[in-house]
Design a protein around this ligand. Structure first.
Ligand code: WTA
Length: 657
């Protein structure tokens, strides 16, 4: 991927100017306005963010402190202010007379639909907030949400925010085992789930996974709230399990929003790193909300007439910031879809976009590539003329997919915002402002105002734009929306993000990047052992530990292999406890795939597994990962392998021996 991306950077020179018609109505129009904002932020960093925070957030108690850097890297923003995030997302729109505005236009995979206005959503949130309180959930308690893509998932998140509980959403595709780890790490009191989710025509047995997780531990959990969705059969534990709709019926909708401190943890979201178990990224209330709001306005240029649609799942950060919080906080109307993009046919997304009159559409490059493969006839069947802005997130987009998105989906008239950010940054960091910044396919262009992104060398010195050198992507100043720590592990927070450069605190993103002559950022890939599979972050170590937990496996090494659609596929090299000859390798492959699916979830299932007698290691015992990546990609091995104990191992790994 990296070489290919670098190739792109060096050869891609198309520039797409801002369409005049778009600029005419844009919130931020023209390069001058962007530069002006960026300049203000540089000149008075705290003043810039303080002004945004005063304008965009309705405070319960105004703040007087802006950025507190007294104990780096534990930064605090607006610390003496208090607010309620759910008030900012719901009540304030209703108080402004917009209670009847549609908030969520939901469509289920089977074709059922449900719509909620802001007023209706507030009722749901109030009832669930009261129900959680009746189960003893108090400010600061943790609630795990393990839900399909239904409006109640957003209701659950907002209800936690309303009463000051800290939620942790676990993606519905994660296994019982992965769910258990997260529930235990967070110490959740309540789990909110559904009987099942529906995807690709199948039922995802969510409640069953919750039962399995709770049977194996999770002693802190007192109640499980179960929404009926798929109507699959489930087991029931009296006294612990309660039906979502039953408790909603008996609760009052009147639930006063609990003001919390600006730094109060709104949520924990687990994400993969290069070592150990997934880490619980902790987000604040005010700073996080501010990033969500400013980016909705600056990057998505969101306005009253827009119908906005982000196709992410609420289990990922994109679904948090750009479904559950951002669109709500700015009072937008958004589309939410439950199922697979190809059910009943590959035109599903375009059909929904047409029927809802979607104007702003946000998805991942992997989805674009998958739908592009299905052919132009699918989008061409639908009227997509309402679209005015497109976005991508999650991985670099290759220029071919960019051009298809631009021309076939956007009709050549919609800017594409290629948004670079991370679970840790909470909101967009580098992205075109569509009315201001000319586009280059494959580049996320320029940092947002108030984001001091840079590309540096190992010593932390800026790599000059246009020098054709790659470097480490960093943020030179803490931004309001970024993570505050790793849940329960401050040291890991320091080590992972803030310890790379001696004597200075700079946030290390974990990506490499380069900048061209115009200062445009081009993301080259991860610098660690994290791979990007279909836009999802996967730690190779996580998959390796899942594999070695199988009793036939002695050792495993996992690498990413470039994949036309997924970005990367998962390639595992496995060394067995016994002799390879004694095993039915095909059956074992399947068993190992199933085992990883059980341990983590289907997203971690290895696409390919190759068995060998040993892993290639240096004399000092380090696995030669670069060599494994070369082998996985099927490229010729040009690395020096003379240090290997047994050169025949390479032939085995190549599948030749
Ligand atoms: C990658 C997703 C290139 C990057 C919001 C980052 C991107 C990781 C882009 C974060 C982009 C995200 N161009 N690469 N526009 N957006 N990435 O935490 O490697 O799931 O570090 O957050 O995805 O993934 P995460």
């Amino acid at each position: 991927m990296t070489d290919e991306t670098l190739e792109t950077v060096l050869t891609e020179n198309r520039v797409f100017e801002v369409p005049a018609e778009f600029a005419e109505h844009a919130r931020i129009a023209g390069m001058e306005q962007y530069l002006d904002m960026a300049r203000q932020a540089t000149q008075d960093y705290e003043g810039f963010w303080a002004e945004q925070a005063r304008q965009e957030i309705t405070w319960s108690k105004p703040f007087s402190q802006v950025l507190d850097e007294s104990n780096p890297p534990f930064y605090k923003w607006f610390a003496d202010g208090t607010l309620n995030v759910s008030y900012n997302c719901l009540d304030r729109h209703i108080e402004a007379g917009n209670g009847d505005r549609p908030a969520i236009l939901w469509e289920g995979e089977p074709g059922d639909t449900r719509n909620f206005t802001y007023a209706e959503l507030l009722e749901e949130v109030g009832k669930l907030g009261n129900a959680l309180k009746s189960y003893g959930v108090e400010k600061g308690d943790r609630v795990v949400i393990y839900m399909p893509m239904v409006p109640e998932a957003v209701v659950a998140m907002q209800a936690c925010a309303r009463i000051g509980a800290t939620h942790s959403v676990v993606f519905g595709g994660f296994s019982a085992e992965a769910l258990k780890d997260r529930i235990e790490d967070a110490g959740a009191k309540v789990v909110i789930t559904a009987d099942g989710g529906i995807r690709g025509g199948k039922t995802v047995a969510l409640k069953k996974n919750v039962d399995r997780a709770l049977n194996e531990g999770c002693d802190t959990v007192e109640h499980v709230v179960v929404l009926q969705r798929a109507e699959n059969e489930i087991d029931w534990t009296e006294g612990r399990d309660v039906w979502f709709r039953e408790i909603m019926e008996r609760e009052s909708a009147d639930c006063a929003p609990e003001p919390v401190e600006a730094e109060h943890p709104l949520f924990i979201l687990y994400t993969s790193g290069s070592t150990g178990k997934p880490k619980g990224v902790v987000h604040s209330s005010a700073g996080y909300l501010l990033g969500a709001i400013t980016s909705m306005k600056w990057v998505f240029d969101i306005g009253e007439d827009d119908v906005y649609w982000c196709t992410a799942d609420v289990g990922w950060i994109t679904g948090h910031t750009y479904i559950a919080y951002g669109p709500m906080a700015v009072g937008a109307t958004q589309v939410m879809y439950e199922g697979a993009p190809t059910v009943p046919d590959p035109g599903r997304l375009w059909s929904i976009a047409e029927r809802t009159g979607t104007t702003v559409f946000y998805t991942a490059p992997t989805a674009i590539r998958a739908l592009m493969k299905q052919g132009d006839e699918w989008p061409n069947k639908h009227d997509l003329s309402k679209l005015r802005l497109l976005g991508t997130v999650g991985e670099p987009i290759n220029p071919a997919a960019w051009m298809w998105y631009y021309q076939v989906i956007g009709g050549g008239r919609c800017p594409i915002v290629d948004t670079w950010w991370q679970t840790e940054t909470g909101s967009h960091m580098i992205s075109p402002l569509p009315g201001a910044v000319p586009l280059k396919p494959g580049s996320c262009t320029l940092p947002l105002p108030g984001v001091m992104a840079d590309v540096v060398d190992e010593e932390g010195n800026t790599v000059e734009p246009g020098s054709h050198h790659g470097g480490l992507l960093v943020l030179r100043r803490p931004v309001p929306s970024m993570l505050r720590t790793v849940w329960g592990d401050d040291q890991r927070y320091i080590d992972t993000y803030w310890s790379h450069f001696p004597d200075q605190y700079m946030y290390l993103a974990g990506d490499s990047a380069t900048r061209d002559e115009d200062g445009y950022f081009w993301i080259l890939g991860r610098i660690d052992d994290v791979i990007n599979v279909s836009g999802h972050r996967m730690g190779t170590m996580e998959v390796e530990s899942a594999l070695v937990a199988h009793d036939k496996v002695a050792e495993a090494a996992v690498v990413g292999r470039p994949d036309e659609v997924k970005g990367n596929s998962i390639f595992a090299f496995v060394i067995l406890q016994g002799k390879r000859e004694d095993e039915d390798l095909e059956a074992l492959r399947e068993a190992l795939r199933a085992h990883v699916t059980d341990e983590i979830g289907a997203i971690a299932r290895p696409d390919e597994i190759r068995f060998a007698d040993a892993l290639p290691k240096t004399r000092s015992g380090k696995i030669m990962r670069r060599l494994l990546r070369t082998i996985a990609s099927g490229e010729e091995v040009t690395q020096d392998i003379s240090t290997l104990e047994d050169e025949n191992v390479v032939r085995q790994l190549q599948g030749k021996a």
